[in-house]
Design a protein around this ligand. Structure first.
Ligand code: AMP
Length: 406
């Protein structure tokens, strides 16, 4: 299936094409038509599956359709949001909601546990919605609220929020949700772990009952299932199985190494393996650049790809890597998604991933089609717990190497 077959409005399709996506991921294929139909979703999927686009694309689409099928209301007083007394109209699915009085009313709320996720989701709405004229912003704690309040005052259609800051701003009257038509609960199990469930329960009575709710969680412990039952209305279940097995053609090793010695170890491994095509994973964009600089100094030509590079730069780096012109590519997980290199010989986890399943996903890029592949993972003091989880998940032999500084 291609994106063209998913009945997505042209401005969104164009933006998706520009991102370089050609085919929807399995969760997108399942969820997009359900959201377009207006049904609730009970989704089992983790980060890395394309889950964000699975809800962002159809929400943008619905809001864009509404914007284009209804004349906009004349502007009213600054900061005034829709409330229950505002005139009501019917949307495409016959649902009634408040009129967009004055500045835009918040129509979609995406609740997510962490600031990083909030920013990442906001970036997705920016990317996929860039030709829709819809406004969005992210609010989260740990930073001054002034700039966030300012953006809210100017009006947003889509709000991405962590629960604590959302409650603060609702309490201050800056966020009003009476015009809401879409609610997304992202990473519900992580919200539970982080103690946000009470905040969510407190929020629910403040939302219009007539709304579409999309509920995503990587795991479904009993508390989460109970919560979903109290929130969802005849939901459609969508699910993508987490990757949990690695292929036997990949030889996996873990190098125990001091953090400060990782760069030296990387240089020596790459020199030993010169000529092989190697994909190096860094946790951050900044880290990827810094690794690439160290390699350059050591005479190893590499390309770095991450979210701060332009689409053109990424594509160039990728084609140089695929053609073998550049042998080493340093990438973040996000940027590396969608990279499909047929004969990748080695993957190096310079940093461990945040979620265990990502390990499987990363190393699955080598050892394809019966070719032999090697996966090396650098593990420093802080990573021991994650390595234990990886061993548990993979359940196969992983060699251990103790790296001593020369
Ligand atoms: P997520 O699971 O939403 O965090 O998405 C993980 C990564 O997959 C993000 O970097 C997206 O840009 C990328 N992605 C999402 N959908 C697609 C797609 N259909 N094709 C290629 N990459 C995608």
């Amino acid at each position: 299936m291609t994106f063209n077959e998913l009945n997505i409005a042209e401005p969104i399709l164009r933006a998706v094409r520009e991102k370089g996506y050609t085919h929807p991921t399995p969760i997108q294929e399942q969820a997009i038509p359900v959201v377009q139909r207006g049904d609730d979703i009970f989704g089992i999927a983790q980060t890395g599956t394309g889950k964000t686009a699975a809800f962002a694309i159809p929400i943008l689409q619905t809001l864009w359709d509404e914007k284009n099928s209804q004349p906009r209301q004349p502007a009213a007083a600054e900061g005034q949001a829709a409330d229950d007394e505002a005139p009501r109209r019917k949307d495409r699915r016959g649902r009634s909601h408040s009129r967009d009085t004055g500045t835009r009313a918040i129509r979609a709320l995406i609740l997510t546990p962490t600031r990083e996720l909030a920013l990442q989701i906001d970036e997705c709405f920016a990317d996929y919605g860039k030709y829709t004229g819809l406004h969005h912003t992210a609010i989260f704690g740990g930073v001054k609220q002034g700039p966030q309040v300012e953006k809210l005052r100017r009006g947003v259609d889509i709000l991405i929020a962590t629960p604590g800051r959302l409650h603060d701003l609702i309490g201050q009257g800056t966020v009003r949700l009476a015009g809401l038509t879409h609610l997304v609960l992202d990473e519900a199990d992580r919200m539970l772990d982080m103690g946000f469930i009470a905040d969510i329960r407190r929020l629910l009575p403040l939302l219009p009952r007539q709304r579409q709710t999309l509920f995503f969680s990587a795991t479904m412990p009993a508390t989460i299932v109970a919560l979903s039952r109290s929130i969802l209305h005849h939901p459609v279940r969508v699910e993508v199985a987490p990757e949990s097995s690695t292929v036997d053609t990949v030889d996996q090793s873990i190098y125990f190494v001091e953090k400060q010695q990782k760069k030296g170890l990387l240089v020596s491994v790459l020199k030993q393996e010169a000529g092989k095509s190697v994909l190096v994973f860094s946790r951050t964009k900044h880290g990827a650049d810094s690794i690439s600089r160290v390699l350059e100094k050591a005479g190893i030509h590499s390309a770095a790809i991450h979210g701060n590079k332009s689409q053109g730069q990424r594509q160039r780096a990728l084609s140089d890597f695929k053609s073998g012109k550049v042998k080493v590519m340093v990438a973040t997980d996000i940027a590396a998604r969608g990279i499909d290199i047929k004969e990748l010989q080695m993957v190096i986890n310079y940093d461990l991933p945040d979620v265990v399943e990502t390990y499987v996903h990363r190393i699955g890029r080598t050892g394809r089609a019966g070719n032999a592949g090697t996966a090396l993972t650098f593990c420093s003091q802080d990573d021991h717990l994650m390595v234990r989880d990886i061993r548990k998940l993979v359940g196969k032999q992983i060699n251990t190497v103790l790296h001593q500084a020369q």
